[in-house]
Design a protein around this ligand. Structure first.
Ligand SMILES: [Zn+2]
Length: 298
């Protein structure tokens, strides 16, 4: 070995050994730092655990973390398997932080300035930049459906690579409501779904002309989704997404997926884009959708 080669190896060793030591130290200490930072933000009443691809923060003493981690792992795996390509979902490159708060007050104190509030749920927050979602625990209620709802918002927002998307409220909420109805059937998780009793409820209102007509729903702004009609708007949006993805046939599903792609582009989507994408006027879409509700209502 020549003197020059030995010198080169020596120089490389001088650079690489400290770098390797620094990387090893980061690997050992950074997770600890993240947990200490979390503890600093939330106080002593909360504990953080890393389980698979999730960091789960819960009130200290809660035993829910493994159940939440398993449920969310099953949901994201099924979502990516069935819709990852169609919805151009980005790979989950970071650990998703899931925070579950003991009260609305704790949630508000933490999330208010850090995360985006869900339009449909004052107790639900998400942030695509920091890969995190947060909800308040409600006594006697399984938090998984709400977590699937917030995770859908997070992953849909992250699917936009050209800039923050400006989803129409009915579409953003309809997708989240559709995916929160994911459920285990026959031993496997069916991703996305609907509540047949809700379908019957909307149908009964429509027969009396008391539902929110689709023209109003798909053109509705955030105000409509915060008005007295909001609960009905969420129900109808979820049922419309369920119809377009699962009940309207393959060409309509593909046309709807192309429409979602237009919505994903930065800036608002021009009025009339849904009708032109699907190739049907809204009154025909409304008739077909109500016929679908009639078929599935108990
Ligand atoms: Zn929502």
């Amino acid at each position: 070995m020549s003197g020059r080669t030995r010198l080169l190896i020596l120089k490389l060793a001088i650079v690489l050994v400290p770098l390797a030591l620094a990387l090893a130290a980061m690997h050992v200490f950074l997770p600890g730092c993240a947990h200490r930072r979390e503890a600093g933000l939330l106080g002593a009443n909360y504990a953080s655990q890393d389980l698979g691809r999730f960091q789960i923060v819960l009130p200290r003493g809660s035993t829910l973390a493994p159940v939440i981690a398993r449920g969310m792992e099953a949901f994201t795996a099924a979502l990516y398997a069935e819709y990852g390509q169609n919805l151009t979902l980005q790979p989950i490159t970071d650990r998703i932080t899931i925070r579950l708060f003991a009260s609305k007050e704790d949630l508000g104190r933490f999330a208010g300035s850090r995360l985006k509030q869900d339009l449909s749920d004052a107790d639900g927050f998400y942030d695509p930049v920091s890969w995190s979602i947060a909800i308040a625990l409600r006594p006697g209620q399984d938090p998984l459906a709400t977590l699937c709802h917030e995770a859908t918002h997070l992953l849909m927002d992250r699917s936009a690579t050209l800039g923050p998307p400006d989803w129409s409220p009915w579409l953003a909420e309809g997708m989240a409501v559709f995916f929160e109805h994911s459920a285990v059937a026959g031993g496997r998780l069916l991703v996305g779904g609907l509540d047949r009793r809700v379908a019957a409820h909307v149908l009964a209102l429509a027969r009396q002309g008391r539902h929110v007509p689709l023209r109003q729903l798909v053109g509705g702004d955030r105000q409509l989704f915060r008005s007295d009609a909001a609960p009905l708007c969420y129900e109808e949006s979820g049922l419309l997404v369920a119809y377009l993805l699962t009940g309207a046939g393959r060409p309509a599903r593909e046309a709807f997926l192309r429409y979602i792609d237009l919505e994903r582009q930065p800036g608002p989507t021009p009025p009339g884009t849904l009708e032109s994408s699907l190739g049907v006027p809204l009154d025909s879409l409304e008739r077909n959708w109500l016929a679908f509700l009639q078929r599935i209502a108990p």
